[in-house]
Write a protein that binds this ligand. Structure first.
Ligand code: AHZ
Length: 306
């Protein structure tokens, strides 16, 4: 499609036609490569422009942290960022590439299925789909993920730190004299550092303070189910029930219904929840991830406003 677009644009430039579908400045550039050069720059300027220490500084105190930028975390970020432009939202994603498991529909197949009524979320963010009655099909899962990601990253009040892992949760005594803790932020490190704690001498982490954290780290795996596993080891949850076998009908309803604040200040959504509740997995159907994200955002606003 891209190759086609540029060929068409080149032809258009050659015949002097500017109505090629590209903007005029770009169309004008084509066919003029012999005289082409970039604006001047010094290397240190690039270093300073891209180094996000000022972002780390600005987000060291944030309103809501979202752990994990998979389909659930991104849906939560979109909903929160849209409803509450007054809140500072920080997404921490362990992978270099955000999106979690939502770059493919299932196995190595590209199309993404969502059962209705999750089509309302697709309409909301502007993802095209084929209507098949009780379910809809997005022609490529990456179209869903890239669209939601683009909408989220363009928001002024949202910042994502990718290649960054949440290594621990910040806790505070819940209330004066009351039992238990509340979650008060996250402990972070570069993912490459987190992966090498066993073979490098200690590289201490960093922190982000926040009154509300949404955890959407997916089901158990090398990085998955992070927060709920930590709640068990810090004795705030007795044990994890563990994700159960696949049952699409039960799994999707259960994940949305059970999206909630698990301990004060920590809301869990998406497949991470299945590990607490012993919910079934749904396999390759993503409606529950989108709507669990919407509900997690709603819960986060409720807790934030308390
Ligand atoms: O990299 C992880 C992924 O992008 C990220 N993540 C995990 N642990 C992290 C940590 N710090 C920072 N400690 C972390 N980031 O969280 C993201 C989780 O995305 P996901 O796609 O795995 O989870 P989800 O709940 O958004 O979507 C689940 C999709 C599934 S799994 C499934 C099944 O197995 O049956 N079916 C569906 C629809």
């Amino acid at each position: 499609r891209l190759a086609f677009a540029s060929k068409k644009a080149q032809d258009a430039v050659a015949v002097g036609d500017r109505d090629s579908g590209l903007t005029k400045p770009l169309a004008d550039m084509m066919g003029q490569w012999d005289n082409f050069s970039f604006a001047p720059i010094r290397e240190s300027t690039v270093s300073r422009a891209m180094t996000h220490f000022t972002d780390l500084d600005a987000h060291a105190e944030t309103d809501i942290v979202i752990i994990g930028a998979g389909s659930c975390g991104l849906s939560a970020a979109y909903t929160l960022g849209t409803l509450r432009p007054d809140l500072r939202i920080t997404i921490i994603e362990a992978g270099v590439a955000p999106g979690g498991g939502a770059w493919l529909g299932g196995q190595l197949f590209s199309a993404m299925v969502m059962r209705k009524p999750a089509d309302v979320f697709l309409r909301e963010v502007g993802v095209p789909f084929e209507d098949e009655g009780d379910y809809v099909v997005v022609k490529h899962a990456a179209l869903f993920t890239s669209t939601v990601l683009a909408r989220v990253l363009a928001m002024d009040n949202v910042k994502m730190f990718n290649a960054t892992t949440v290594e621990d949760l910040i806790t505070r005594p819940h209330e004066q004299g009351a039992e238990g803790v509340r979650i008060a932020g996250v402990v972070t490190n570069w993912t490459l550092v987190s992966m090498h704690h066993d073979d490098q001498s200690c590289m201490d982490p960093n922190t982000v303070n926040a009154p509300v954290v949404i955890s959407t780290t997916g089901h158990d795996g090398p990085f998955g189910a992070f927060s709920v596993k930590r709640l068990v080891s810090m004795k705030r949850l007795e044990q994890l029930e563990g994700m159960r076998g696949l049952d699409m009908m039960r799994a999707e309803d259960a994940i949305v219904k059970n999206t909630r604040e698990i301990v004060p200040g920590l809301i869990v959504g998406g497949m991470e929840l299945s590990e607490i509740d012993g919910a079934n997995r749904m396999g390759p159907t993503f409606g529950a991830m989108a709507l669990s994200g919407v509900k997690a955002a709603e819960e986060a606003i409720r807790v934030f406003d308390l």
